[in-house]
Design a protein around this ligand. Structure first.
Ligand code: CA
Length: 509
């Protein structure tokens, strides 16, 4: 009998139904190109420089999803889709800082009902406080890198120091004092590596003498694409700011982010960046050389912020091991969307294009996910909520757009799994002038409709992985265009997205 129970327990463990703890480490704007564990543009560079050793170790001991996508590549919308399992038009968060629609189900409450202790610490970036969480300490809006303020049930509190380290400290503090009789779900939500990429002092000089590989599309002229790609305002060349983003400050002048620093913190910054700025002023760069300089400096600060996040991941993983929680805790590393790291000459996100629509998703689940697995099925941010609820043995409500991918994590191949993903971006009126569009991404193609101007693009991602030439109007692709439009209409029907009229109004200049 004992042996039988033992065998049953073994089976349950193998099936992943032991109600694991869940640690969801979530960052802001971290591209998968800048994770060593992926095989993306800067992965080899990141491995060589040791940008993400702890995140890479998670992937080696667990797995990663090669094709993890968002449905609307923007902070608040992605966060709302993750919480609700619904696309933007259904959860109500189409653009930045809109509230989740009244009465919409979100997963932390379902986990609490299933007996979990739930906590969220860090960047929230949604209008309402987190429903269903036992503990929450949230950055206000975007939050700040230096000396951030947190809101909790008892009001606001300012913490001294660097946001990434503080969020990790607060997360470990919560873990140490939690109710150990219950399983837990904790969301550790970093501000980093969001614009304007303020690194911590310990990495000011790191990568100083290294050259970050340039993308071959750094000087993209947008030929081969429709008017939205020409009209955007997200180029490193034209849009990135010299003071705020690149921190090129005249001696004695400080920008907004620096106003939060103490005098000694500014002095520490100036000791490294002062000489850099001096050399920059002297060099009087113009044209492509100036763009190249901006790219290098942008990327170094971005990677320095990521390195601090990776330190935090290491500290959390170490704590789980010390506390004997490693075997029964799922650790996930993800970010709210992808990001352009100079590809197409851009920074930021928003587009259905590859670097923007892809999200990193790395998961370690001992006994369930086979170490080193590279999962290829398409997952989307709408899938996280039902996945977490299934892990916790809770009940998944009907009507979600997302599906639990726990079976995929177990190594199964569900026959009816999605072969295409739906995308809809709405924030033309926000920053960067990216036209509203919806579209579909399949294994090989991307189809996008910019509906305010009724322009279409289609990319053959196998022949043109950098997406430089739309083949939408090419006669040889007419049949494929037809098939993709049918698929796009099917998805719009499936998710009941009738937003295009409203979206078109938003989109018109
Ligand atoms: Ca973001």
């Amino acid at each position: 009998m004992v042996a039988l129970l033992g065998a049953l327990a073994g089976e349950l463990v193998a099936a992943g139904v032991t109600r694991p703890n869940i640690v969801f480490i979530f960052t802001d704007d971290h591209s998968l190109q800048t994770i060593g564990a992926y095989n993306a543009r800067l992965s080899a560079f990141c491995r060589k420089q040791g940008v993400t050793p702890n995140i890479d170790r998670l992937a080696a001991r667990g797995g990663l999803f090669v094709d993890s996508f968002c449905g609307n590549s923007l902070c608040s919308p992605s966060r709302a889709a993750i919480l609700s399992g619904l696309h933007s038009h259904a959860n109500g968060v189409r653009t930045l800082s809109q509230p989740i629609r009244e009465g919409v189900w979100t997963f932390p409450g379902a986990l609490r009902e299933a007996g979990y202790q739930t906590a969220v610490i860090g960047k929230w970036h949604l209008d309402k406080t987190p429903a269903g969480t036992d503990y929450w300490r949230l950055l206000n809006g975007q939050g700040t890198y230096w000396h951030p303020e947190f809101s909790g049930p008892d009001g606001k509190e300012k913490r001294n120091g660097y946001a990434t380290d503080i969020i990790t400290d607060m997360s470990l503090d919560w873990l140490r004092q939690r109710d150990t009789t219950k399983p837990f779900m904790m969301m550790i939500q970093h501000k980093a590596p969001h614009r304007n990429w303020m690194p911590p002092p310990r990495y000011y000089s790191w990568l100083g003498k290294v050259k970050v590989p340039e993308p071959s599309t750094l000087f993209d002229d947008y030929a081969g694409r429709m008017s939205p790609a020409h009209n955007q305002k997200m180029e490193i060349n034209r849009t990135m700011t010299m003071d705020g983003d690149l921190k090129v400050l005249e001696p004695g002048k400080w920008g907004q982010e620096f106003n939060r620093m103490s005098e000694s913190e500014r002095a520490e910054w100036n000791a490294v960046f002062g000489p850099r700025n001096e050399a920059f002023f002297k060099a009087k760069l113009t044209g492509r050389e100036l763009t190249r300089w901006k790219y290098q400096e942008y990327m170094k600060d971005y990677l320095r912020c990521i390195k601090a996040v990776d330190d935090g991941v290491g500290r959390v993983v170490d704590y789980l091991k010390e506390a004997g929680l490693e075997q029964n805790t799922v650790v996930i590393y993800a970010s709210d969307q992808g990001f352009f790291n100079g590809e197409h000459g851009w920074f930021d996100k928003r587009w259905i294009y590859e670097e923007s629509i892809h999200m990193p998703f790395i998961i370690r689940w001992p006994g369930v996910v086979k170490p080193g697995t590279r999962f290829t099925p398409f997952i989307q941010n709408i899938d996280y909520a039902p996945t977490f609820v299934e892990m916790a043995g809770g009940s998944i409500p009907d009507g979600l757009h997302g599906k639990s991918f726990v079976p995929i994590l177990r190594g199964e191949k569900p026959a009816d799994w999605r072969k295409s993903v739906y995308y809809h971006y709405y924030d033309f009126k926000g920053a960067h002038n990216v036209a509203n569009h919806y579209g579909v991404r399949t294994e090989r193609h991307t189809l996008a409709h910019y509906y305010a101007t009724d322009e279409w693009e289609m990319f053959d991602n196998r022949k043109d992985p950098q997406q430089l030439r739309s083949v939408y109007a090419e006669p040889g692709y007419a049949k494929t265009v037809g098939k993709l439009k049918t698929e796009l209409n099917r998805l719009r029907g499936l998710y009941k997205d009738t937003d295009a009229d409203e979206g078109a109004r938003i989109s018109k200049p």
